[in-house]
Each structure stands twice: as C-alpha cells, then as structure tokens.
Design a protein around this ligand. Structure first.
Ligand code: PMP
Length: 354
C-alpha cells in the first residue's frame, strides 16, 4: 500500500468566494454590511503588542464571562471556538460518536455533511416539506444525534420554538444541536436558548460572524448543560489548547459590551431585508419568508445561473449553489440600502435582456 492509499480522502466544504474587486457589491457570504461596534475599533487601537509574546487565555475566560453575563447563564455553560465552524466541528467529534446515523435536513448548511464524512459518522438527510419547513416527525426514533440551523440556511426559514422543542424532547438519548447562526435577525422569541436548563441534551450554537459583523475575527460559541460543555472542553484540550487568539478574545468582549450598536444594526438589516423581498417580488421572484440576513429567491422565468453570472459581470456577487433541487435559486445577502438599490437596478436591467 503506498502512502497515497493511506491518506484520508475528503471532499472539502467550498466557502463562498472572497473576491477583491474595487467597488464590488458583495452579497454572497452573509457578511454584515456594517462595521463592528466602534468599541471593537477602540480595542484594536489599544492592543498591546507585547502581549503577543504570551499564550492566550486557554479557557477563553474573559469572553466566556462577558457572554455568560450577557445571556444570564453560567460560564460553565459556554464554549468558545474559532468561528461557529470550529465549535460545530468540535461538537460533531464530541457528540456524534455512535454507529447510529445522525439526522439533518437535505437542504441545509453543506458543511454538516463534510464533517460527518470527515469523521466517518453515518448520517441520513431528511427532506424539507414543500414550504421548506422541517417536519419534526422526521427527527424521532433512534438516531446518533440531530443538527439543523434555525433559521435554516440557505432557505432562511424559521421553525417556531414549539417545533424545535418537540424535536429536542423527542431525543432525550442524543444531542440535539440547534445552529443559531442567524437567529439574531429572526425576532426575540426565535431562540431556544431558554431551554438549555430544561434539556441537558440541547446545544445552542451562535456566531459573531453575522449579527456582530466580525466574520474576520473568527469567534463562535455554544451554550448548553455543564455536562455537554465539559465534554466539549475535554475534546478541545485533546486537540489544541489555544484555539482563540488574544486579540480575538478582547474584540469579542468589546463587541458584547455594546448592545445598543448591536441592536441598531440588526434593526437596519431586518428593515432592508423586508424591503429587498418586496422589490424582488416586483421583479418576478418568489421566496420563502426568510428570517436570516439573506433571501433565497427564485425567478419565475430567468435561470438562476444566468442571473448570477450577469450580476457577477457587474461586480455584484451573490451565491448560486449548483446543486440539484436548489439550482433554480439565488441566495442574496442583505446589504446596505444603497447596495440593495444597486442590486435591484442591475436586476431590472438584466431581466429585461433575458
Ligand atoms: N452555520 C451556518 C448555518 C452558517 O451559514 C455559517 C456560515 N457559513 C456557519 C455556521 C459558520 O459561520 P462561522 O464559522 O463564521 O461562525
């Protein structure tokens, strides 16, 4: 057997592209169009470079304390990682460790499948219904674990807290992970965080990449029972003690300290999202009533790929998934009002010519 036969074969996740084009409108990776809180800028400006000699705080305590106070939970109920991708990766490795398949939707964050294959975790994809909702009945019976985003990505569809609780309650013998990457855009009753004290098998995952406008800082976290969190910590400390770098920890604390700015930018994005939906409908698009910072739109006649390429030629980047079942749609991130106006003008122009 050659060394090449011994290599782990993987099919990696393909992130949205990060083009660097002057005057581009970048609506392809669900980033926040506004900068992070000015407090984060103050933090960057006052970074002490001599501290780079020292290892960071291995248990990320300053940020865990800030988040614990913010959410009204204990520090032992929080785990922090390098973006929620790192947190979910660690959670797959920790909690999805049986011969029984884990369950997730067929249309969802495509990284779940990649982690399952990487760790050789069996999985079953559960179809969404015709309105792109999850059927809670699909997530009962023996399984190795459950994960789904709420709101889902790339659909933006939000399941009610009652629906999600049904799934958690039906699975006392497996860990249920609710990936709340976009929940801050979905209204105040959308999160199942209040249920972590009721269900010790519930893990709620969050990120600083979207609502906190800090995708570049790579900060994600999850919350759950102390038992779940200590299991995650044990696996993390078996791989890399120092996942979070010192500036990221400090910037995270700064962001959490500025709730007024956080709420203000979310409100702006939600207002623009609703306007974007209306404008797209006028142009012949339909879409689920998405609750994230993006819309998942299908045109009545023009093929999605053609629109995607025509927008791209004008330096407007949106996301097109060349995957059967969703290759008739575009996922468009909610930008600033000005960016949305330019997008709509470009679409009008393109659709006239199709
Ligand atoms: N979950 C979902 C549903 C996402 O869309 C993303 C963003 N690609 C992530 C998790 C990961 O985001 P991050 O690692 O930046 O926190």
């Amino acid at each position: 057997m050659s060394w090449e036969d011994k290599v782990r074969k993987v099919e990696p996740y393909v992130p949205g592209e990060q083009p660097n084009v002057k005057d581009m409108i970048k609506l392809n990776t669900n980033e926040n169009p506004y900068p992070p809180s000015p407090k984060v800028n103050e933090c960057i400006m006052s970074l002490d470079y001599d501290r780079m000699r020292l290892y960071p705080n291995a248990d990320v305590m300053p940020l865990r304390k800030a988040l614990a106070a913010y959410h009204g939970i204990d520090v032992e109920q929080i785990f922090v990682g390098v973006g929620s991708d790192d947190v979910i990766d660690m959670a797959f490795l920790t909690f999805f460790n049986s011969e029984v398949p884990v369950l997730f939707p067929d249309v969802t964050y495509s990284f779940y499948k990649v982690w399952a294959e990487l760790y050789r975790i069996p999985y079953i994809l559960k179809p969404l219904d015709k309105d792109m909702h999850i059927d809670p009945a699909d997530y009962s019976g023996e399984n190795g674990g459950v994960i789904f985003p709420n709101p889902n990505a790339p659909t933006g569809v939000l399941e009610s807290r009652e629906t999600v609780e049904k799934i958690i309650a039906a699975n006392p013998d497996s860990v249920v992970m609710v990936d709340e990457a976009y929940v801050d855009f979905a209204g105040k009753d959308a999160s199942v965080l209040p249920l972590i004290d009721k269900y010790d098998n519930l893990l709620v995952v969050r990120t600083f990449s979207k609502s906190r406008a800090m995708a570049g800082a790579r900060i994600g976290y999850c919350m759950g029972s102390k038992k779940l969190i200590s299991s995650l910590e044990a696996v993390k400390f078996s791989i890399n003690s120092y996942t979070m770098n010192t500036p990221a920890i400090d910037m995270g604390v700064a962001s959490v300290s500025d709730d007024a700015y956080f709420k203000e930018t979310i409100e702006k994005i939600v207002n623009t999202r609703e306007r974007l939906k209306e404008e797209l409908k006028k142009l012949g698009f339909s879409m689920p009533d998405g609750k994230g910072n993006f819309v998942f739109a299908k045109h009545e006649s023009a093929p999605a790929k053609e629109i995607y390429l025509a927008l791209r030629a004008r330096n407007i980047f949106v996301r097109f998934f060349d995957t059967p079942g969703i290759n008739d749609r575009l996922r468009i991130t909610v930008g600033t009002d000005e960016e949305v106006d330019k997008l709509i003008a470009a679409l009008k122009d393109i659709l006239e010519g199709v």
